[in-house]
Write a protein that binds this ligand. Structure first.
Ligand code: UTP
Length: 297
């Protein structure tokens, strides 16, 4: 086992954004799924904000064809800024899109062979240090944010840390599921095993892996040459499962809300809940929802 006390800080994060987003077609034919906005921020922006809050410095985007707008979103738009300044408009609305020069790196996944393969594409940039992974279509809203909660757990136990959520038992077959071990602290559990999209009768728990990970760099070697798993894709869950027993592995039960924005209903749910939580929209949205609800009975 790796010594859990010998911990390097989490400075790098990988954002796999090379998927095809087929569940959102035709919206995602020319626009990346990760650029679909929840109100006025694209999904990728929420993930990057969460990463920065957790102290992450370097952002590694694993991109593919048609994903240029994700990188452009974090670039300086000279014409836009000059025009806005000329009209006396504040530029602070763009602050979240500014990245320290040199801290955004892109690598290409030429063919979307699966999440595990996308992560492996970032191996040269990740190098020999532990790193975070964010799946931007899973929107995690918490105080502090999900990755910050995970980094706090990592500082305690080291090794690999993933975030999990409890779901109704009948839903487990759509997700990666953990086999929980000893509880280390409130909301922090040892992980004894992982299985991707198990049949209901084979599922070791109803704790599903959500889209945030802190992994040791050895996962890249484990992914090397790994065959296809569930759904014919190279699965990250399979690589993580093979690391258990060789390295410390823990799960943090995320204290917050998770929205699956890769699904249409999750996307609408996130839009409504986040709008209700905003001072500038709450009154209008409450009135709207009450009016709609009254028409339902
Ligand atoms: P998903 O499976 O949710 O995204 O992957 P998808 O394949 O784009 O969506 P659907 O199922 O066709 O609608 C989770 C994340 O992993 C990335 C996706 O871009 C998404 O952010 N991903 C997935 C890759 O980067 N490469 C892949 O080969 C697969």
């Amino acid at each position: 086992m790796t010594d859990a006390t010998n911990r390097k800080p989490i400075r790098k994060a990988v954002f796999p954004v090379a998927g095809l987003g087929t569940r959102f077609l035709p919206a995602t034919k020319a626009i990346p799924k990760e650029m679909l906005p929840i109100i006025d921020r694209p999904l990728i922006q929420y993930a990057v904000d969460e990463a920065r809050e957790a102290g992450i410095e370097q952002l590694i985007f694993v991109t593919g064809r048609g994903k240029v707008s994700i990188v452009e979103h974090f670039d300086t738009a000279f014409e836009l800024e000059a025009t806005m300044s000329g009209r006396g408009k504040q530029l602070d609305v763009l602050d979240a899109t500014r990245i320290q020069p040199g801290n955004l790196v892109t690598v290409r996944q030429q063919v979307p062979l699966g999440l595990g393969h996308a992560i492996w594409c970032a191996r040269a940039i990740v190098g020999d240090e532990p790193f975070a992974i964010f799946l931007p279509d899973e929107l995690m809203i918490g105080v502090p944010g999900c990755m910050k909660q995970m980094v706090e757990a990592y500082n305690r136990v080291g090794g690999n840390v993933i975030s999990v959520l409890e779901v109704p038992r009948e839903d487990v077959s759509s997700y990666g599921v953990i086999q929980p071990g000893a509880q280390v602290a409130h909301g922090l559990t040892e992980v004894l095993g992982l299985v991707e999209k198990p049949r209901l009768e084979d599922a070791p728990s109803n704790l599903i892996i959500s889209g945030r990970y802190i992994l040791q760099p050895e996962v890249m070697r484990t992914l090397e040459g790994q065959g296809k798993g569930a759904g014919g894709e190279i699965q990250l869950t399979d690589a993580m499962a093979r690391m258990i027993g060789h390295q410390p592995f823990h799960a943090v039960t995320f204290a917050g809300r998770r929205y699956d924005c890769g699904s249409k209903s999750g996307f609408v749910e996130a839009t409504l809940e986040l709008a209700l939580a905003r001072e500038d929209m709450a009154a209008d949205m409450t009135a709207l929802i009450k009016r709609l609800a009254a028409t339902l009975d």
